[in-house]
Each structure stands twice: as C-alpha cells, then as structure tokens.
Ligand binder design. Structure first.
Ligand SMILES: NC(=O)c1ccc[n+]([C@@H]2O[C@H](COP(=O)([O-])OP(=O)(O)OC[C@H]3O[C@@H](n4cnc5c(N)ncnc54)[C@H](O)[C@@H]3O)[C@@H](O)[C@H]2O)c1
Length: 413
C-alpha cells in the first residue's frame, strides 16, 4: 500500500479522498523542519503540506520514493519546484479555491468603508451616539476600479456589478471584459475614474512598490483603497500620509510586507490606529469553505496523477489532462532533449507493443510522454525505458507489466 503524509492540519476531506484511492494516510498537525521531514518521508510517496513546511532540494534528494507533493494552499514558494521536477516529483496547488472568499471580504470592506461603518462602530463602543449621514454613501452607482483582472479581479467584477456598481479594470495582460466592465488603457486612467480602487495583482517581483505616493495622489479626492493581494506591492507609509491628509477616505488592508509568523507575535504597521482603515491578518482566503475546497481540489489532483498520470494544473511539470485509459499506460517524465519520443517508440516497437494513443508535452527542461498500450508480445520494455539516459521517472499504470522498475528516478544524486 502506498503511503501519504499530510502535514499542517490539511482538511479531513483530503484524508478521505486519498484513503479511498487506496493510500495509507498519516496526518500531523504542525509543520516539520528539514531533518524531521527527511525522517518522516521514509517510504512516503505523497506529501501534503501548507505554507509552513519547506521542501528543499536536500529533502527531495533524501526521498526517492516521493512521487507528488500537494500544496494545500495557493503559494508554492516553500517548495523547490525545479529540484522537484528534476527528480520527477509532481507538485500541485490550489490556484483558485479561495477566490470567492477573497471576493466576499473585499465586497464587505467596500460597503463598510463607503458607509464609514468602522467609525460608527468604534464611536458607539466608546458610548458616542452619532447618527449623521455625512460622508456615508451607497455603493450603487459608484465606480469600482480593479487593478489585476485575474481569478479574483474578474469574480469581484461580476459580483460588484450585481450590487449596482460600475466596474473599470486595468491589467497588464490582454483580458476579456466581463459583463459591462470597462477596460482602462492605463493605471492612471483607472485611478482618475474610480471611487474605490482595489488591488488584485499577482506576486511577480516587478510589482514590488508598484503603488505609492504618486498613485495615491492620482486617485480621486475622497476615494477608497483596498489591498488584498500582496504586501510588498504597496508603500504603506504613503498610504498613511494620504489618509491623514484626508485625500483617501478609507482603506482596507489584508496583506503586509512583514507578517507575524504565529498567533500572538507583535504586529507593527504604519496603518495601525488610523480612522476608517480596516486591518485584517491575511484572512482574505481563510474560510472553512475555502479550506474544504482546497482539500478536495488538491487531493483530487494528486489522486488523479497517481491513478491516470494526469498532470493537469501541476505547477512544475508539463501539463497533460488525462482520463483513465482502460488499457496499459506508460507515463514517462524525462529530460526534454531531442530524440526521446523516437527512442521510446523504438523500444515499444521492439517489444511488439500496440500503441493505442500517445501524448507528449514539454515545459522547459522537462518532457512528459504518456503512451497507452493494449498489448505487448515481449516483456522487458519498461526496464529499457527506465534505463534510458533521459528518464527522470517512469510509471506503469493499469498493470500492463508487473516487472520490477529500476529503483528511484534516474537523476544525478
Ligand atoms: N488575501 C488573501 O488571503 C489572498 C488569497 C488568495 C490570493 N491572494 C492574492 O491575490 C492576488 C490575485 O490572485 P488571483 O488568483 O486573482 O491571481 P491571478 O494570477 O489570477 O491574477 C492576477 C492578475 O494581475 C495581473 N497583473 C499582474 N501585475 C499587474 C500590474 N502591475 N498591473 C495590472 N495588472 C497586473 C495579471 O495579468 C493577472 O491578470 C495574488 O497576489 C494572490 O497571491 C490573496
């Protein structure tokens, strides 16, 4: 029975999905450090982690049986993806399973800030009754400016329109405008148009400090700012100045350049104590629904890889979307150099293999060829495929052959 190790309190649904797929599953509450992880990975073929476990090259080198890693989160910076690919370890994450949770938090904040709810709330807790409508608005008819029109930006666009907001967006990539949203040609144009500006850009390094004093100054007087994307994209000292001066009427911030590691650690920020500013501890995607959805999605991807060889949405190897074949399947991760396909087919032909179908995809230095075979007249093909100089990892699915495979991937130690 293959073994799976799930760390960091991964959702129980992931455990039952892997158990139903025939895995013996061990779960642990916390993260492991490098040496603990190396020890725990003995005999394990599937590893599940969240953001706190680092999977380094050393760990990968020490775990030759490891076939796949499920990152039950969005980010994969904690995994050495290249080293994993070079050893035939396929990595999956959950790219959009908490999208809706982020969208709902952004919407709640847009309404709360536009109504100046945080101030009314604080005053009433202090015993001050102030029923004034000054500075409080409906969101209906106001313009939402979305910077970064990806998974989150587009979903927010649709829901905000349903609330009666006008939506404009700016994205560096060509994007289809959904429903009645309007594409802005430049960020400046968006800033001059929107009553609420919300950032949903990705974490590419070029986005560091993309939003600062210049951009806040360009925003409309009395407008509102949100950042639920990445902490390092915004100059928060500049945001503080814009709020104190009254140019920006309110802000909501969920992500920070330096975030405390654990509950109870001190939190420092230029934004603490400012009026009409909502601060949340990076909880945009943190809902029970999102956790369940992440558990189902990532465990499903890992299960599909082990049963059908499908690498759809893997973040480090070529993507092939595959259903179970019903015949024998040879799945070969290899170095992407000329001649591999020809060699694979020559070996299969030499063994009288009847090829039913074949798919090849490449990604950088890695290639993935999957061949479905209905019959072989002579055994021994898998040994030859496994020993090809270019082979990284060979897997035989659907019990075509029952011979011993060479131990571990054929990569340099
Ligand atoms: N707060 C949270 O808990 C939480 C949860 C999930 C995701 N996120 C973050 O939200 C962000 C968006 O997530 P997503 O899933 O929508 O990502 P995505 O990759 O689907 O979309 C990002 C979009 O931003 C665009 N973009 C990148 N740089 C840009 C720039 N400088 N100007 C304009 N457009 C730019 C890209 O072209 C892309 O369309 C990410 O940074 C992600 O890490 C935060």
């Amino acid at each position: 029975m293959q073994r799976a190790l799930l760390l960091e309190n991964v959702h129980p649904l992931a455990v039952s999905i892997l158990q139903s797929a025939g895995f013996e599953v061990e779960t642990r509450k916390g993260a492991l450090d490098e040496s603990e992880l190396i020890e725990a990975l003995e005999g394990v073929s599937i590893l599940g982690i969240r953001s706190k476990t680092n999977v380094t090259e050393r760990v990968l080198r020490a775990a030759p049986q490891l076939e796949a890693i499920g990152a039950f989160c969005i980010g994969t910076n904690q995994i050495d993806l290249q080293a994993a690919a070079a050893r035939g370890v396929v990595v999956f994450n959950a790219p959009f399973q908490n999208t809706r949770s982020v969208v709902e938090l952004a919407l709640a904040e847009i309404i709360a800030l536009t109504r100046r709810m945080t101030e009314k709330d604080r005053m009433l807790h202090d015993g001050v009754w102030d029923k004034s409508a000054n500075g409080a608005h409906e969101v209906r008819g106001r313009t939402l400016g979305i910077v970064g029109y990806g998974n989150i930006g587009t979903q927010l666009s649709i829901v905000a329109e349903n609330l009666g907001m006008r939506v404009v967006f700016y994205d560096t990539a060509e994007k289809l405008a959904l429903s009645n949203a309007h594409r802005m040609d430049t960020l400046e144009e968006l800033l001059e148009t929107a009553d609420v500006v919300t950032l949903h850009v990705d974490g590419r390094s070029g986005n560091a400090g993309m939003f600062g004093a210049k951009q806040f100054a360009r925003m409309r007087e009395g407008s509102i700012f949100l950042n639920l994307s990445r902490g390092f994209v915004v100059d928060y000292a500049a945001l503080r100045e814009s709020i104190i001066s009254g140019h920006i009427a309110g802000a909501a911030v969920d992500v920070f350049p330096h975030e405390p590691k654990t509950k109870g650690d001190a939190f420092e920020s230029d934004l603490r104590g400012l009026p009409n500013v909502i601060l949340t501890p990076h909880i945009g995607g943190s809902t029970e629904e999102a956790q369940e959805s992440i558990g189902r999605f990532v465990a499903g991807k890992v299960r599909d890889y082990t049963t059908s060889g499908s690498t759809e949405l893997s973040v480090n190897v070529p993507n092939l979307q595959l259903a179970p074949s019903g015949v024998g399947r040879v799945a070969l991760l290899h170095r992407n150099v000329p001649g591999v396909l020809a060699e694979v087919n020559r070996i299969l032909a030499d063994h009288g293999a009847n090829i039913e179908g074949q798919l090849l995809a490449t990604r950088g230095e890695i290639g993935y060829v999957v061949t479905d075979i209905s019959a072989v007249t002579e055994r021994g093909a898998s040994k030859k495929l496994g020993r090809m100089e270019t082979t990284i990892r060979l897997r035989l699915l659907d019990d075509l052959e029952h011979e011993e495979l060479p131990q571990g991937p054929a990569v340099p130690a």
